[in-house]
Design a protein around this ligand. Sequence first.
Ligand SMILES: *Cc1c(COP(=O)(O)O)cnc(C)c1O
Length: 409
Amino acid sequence: MSDITRASFDHYMMPNYAPVEVIPVRGKGSRLFDQAGREYIDLAGGIAVNALGHAHPKLVEALTEQGQKLWHVSNILANEPALALAKQLTEATFADRVFFSNSGGEANEAALKLARRYARNRYSEDKDEIIAFDNAFHGRTLFTVTVGGQADYKSGFGPLPGSITHLPFNNVDVLRKAVSEKTCAVIVEPIQGEAGVLDAEPQFLQIIRTLCDEHNALMILDEVQTGVGRTGHLYAHEAYGVTPDILTTAKALGCGFPIAATLATAEVAEALAFGTHGSTFGGNPLACAVAAVALALINTPDVLNGVKERRQWIEKGLEKIAQNSGCAVKVRGQGLLIGWVLAPDWEGRAREIMKAAQAAGVFVLVAGPNVVRIAPSLVIPKEDVEEGLKRLEQAVMELAAESDTAATG
Ligand SMILES: *Cc1c(COP(=O)(O)O)cnc(C)c1O
């Protein structure tokens, strides 16, 4: 494999990503190792995916055990791992029915199609409006980029699907005026992850619920990033006292094995009648066997409370670095979905911090130009948190020293 380098990316891959120079080849827990054998602390967690770190022994066991038995049968046949996982998901949540797919975008695509179909079957053809929010992120299919609230992601791909309305996030007054009998669904993230780790205010989600009930619209919660223990609850909405009609979950569901699910109440799920939707790989036995074990491991008081404890360690560490460097003003998000908001003097430098951190041996993420995002394993050991924060501090202090030199010299 020695002829495979970062240059291979530019040669063979479509240019839609811009990965950093190092290529990890191995991971163990919250540590990653690159081609040269250099070790990194992983505070990025594969963008909130590797919720149990890398190569968790129980997940490796689930995968290899299922790998000896049955890989794929298609949805013409049912399979045990998918049915067992569906049972587990419905028992752990508000939902009665599950549709499996392979990614967050697909789970949202199914949710939106389901909402349109439900409204048409039950009410009228004209009840087709989907309400979504500015800066929201719901995936990269044509429907989901159109519903998403980031102009860059849809530009150049038209014509786009219609009857989609965007409103400002966390603005109750605008929302009240917008929801009507024409609305078939409101889709919202409990925390806008990609947009900068912005928490939905409890009242905002509660009023979405009320307005949906008043106008026979469905509430869709996109918990692709916030779900599966990320916030210290199995799903983030549990802390808001709000129950959706449809919920989408992906990222951490397979802890790195691709799997997603669209969850719904029995009544709503009826609209996805025989033949109306499908997926070749959705409900794949390998993916479901891994997700079943991941879910069982994560959905315990120990792990969920551990998330809150780890949040404290990291928040304290970030506050100390911010005090010493002046780089950041506050910490947003919940549990281990953390947004570190840069100070006005540091505006636009999130990517620079991410790169400096990587050079210092720790992976972090960004969420827009002004927010450093941290989304590590939910079971990251304390020594890895401490070591990761030490390296992050070193990176930030070096940047701060450079800025001082530039300013005075
Ligand atoms: C990552 C993400 C998606 C898209 O998931 P993919 O697996 O990349 O399709 C959708 N919604 C939210 C909130 C996400 O964070």
